[in-house]
Design a protein around this ligand. Structure first.
Ligand code: PDD
Length: 286
């Protein structure tokens, strides 16, 4: 089955899918995006992702190119046309095409692109069973990390450095020595006295949808947690470390920089929380 993309009102062959060279996403990274997991043919936490998409659009004063209900229909059609059971759907909205000039153009129509692809579940399960390594790097991003903007150059550089150093992810560290989040994930620790900690939302991190879903699961299961910043020292000293994202779910971290976390295997809490999140996903797809 050849891949199909949705581009500004048309379903086109992925190979032929294109936007104009003067799209502001291309020239200024003037746009936003979402990545939503598809599991069992269903979208996980669709409402949360669409809420965040509308918020990001609002913060950048980009007008939504279509209303929410028709957008949901197009998303389903992209999944159907690509025959995806397990994978991701990617949505990108930019301010549109206009002659290159910094101020917002007067008459541009926002561009909407939607693609979908399969993701191998087996590889993800193996990664989760073994745990991953992360490195720490300075957070050199802008001050509005709450907006899910396509401007991801610092994130790309951080992820590349992680990969070159044999790690899965880079946890980013602010000027006070506190961990903000991963280059494309949210960061969590379990302290030596068993407290589950993650940084509060605000302008310094992206409000992860997986993060929010997991916090809700913790609440509903009566598991205590703290939303506060934690330092690199606390991270290195943690009993357990894990990360969350739409594509990684809840993923145990077993090494930070050169420090082995716990006994070098996924910790009990991280494993339990991954199972909780998988249960949540199963309910979403039921
Ligand atoms: N990344 N922090 C950042 C900087 C991210 O880019 C992401 C998501 C997250 C986790 O958010 P969520 O749980 O809503 O996926 C946190 C996506 C997956 C990406 O860019 O591919």
């Amino acid at each position: 089955m050849s891949r199909i993309a949705y581009v500004n009102g048309r379903y086109v062959r992925h190979l032929d899918a294109a936007v104009h060279i003067e799209d502001r996403g291309y020239q200024f990274a003037d746009g936003v995006y979402e990545v939503v997991t598809i599991s069992g043919g269903r979208l996980i936490d669709e409402a949360g992702h669409l809420d965040r998409l509308w918020r990001s659009l609002g913060e950048l004063r980009i007008v939504a190119p279509m209303a929410r209900e028709p957008l949901k229909m197009v998303m389903r059609e992209v999944i159907r046309r690509n025959g995806i059971v397990n994978g991701i759907i990617y949505l990108q909205i930019t301010r549109g095409v206009a002659p290159r000039d910094h101020p917002f153009p007067k008459n541009a129509t926002p561009s909407l692109v939607i693609t979908a692809r399969r993701l191998p579940l087996a590889k993800a399960a193996k990664t989760a069973a073994e745990g991953v390594a992360v490195i720490t790097l300075p957070d050199i991003r802008w001050a509005r990390r709450d907006i899910k903007s396509v401007s991801l150059l610092p994130n790309v550089l951080a992820k590349q450095e992680a990969r070159e150093r044999g790690a899965y992810e880079a946890f980013l560290v602010d000027e006070e020595g506190m961990v903000t989040e991963g280059s494309s994930t949210n960061a969590w620790i379990v302290t030596k006295d068993g407290k589950i900690v993650t940084r509060p939302t605000g302008n310094s991190i992206l409000a992860g949808i997986t993060r929010a879903a997991l916090l809700l699961e913790l609440k509903e299961n009566g598991i205590a947690f703290e939303q506060r910043s934690f330092s690199v020292a606390e991270l290195l000293d943690a009993r357990e470390v894990f990360l969350t994202s739409s594509t990684s779910y809840v993923l145990p971290v077993v090494k930070v920089d050169d420090k082995v976390i716990g006994n070098g295997h996924p910790g009990l809490v991280s494993q339990k929380l991954r199972a909780l999140y998988e249960k949540f996903m199963a309910r979403e797809t039921a």
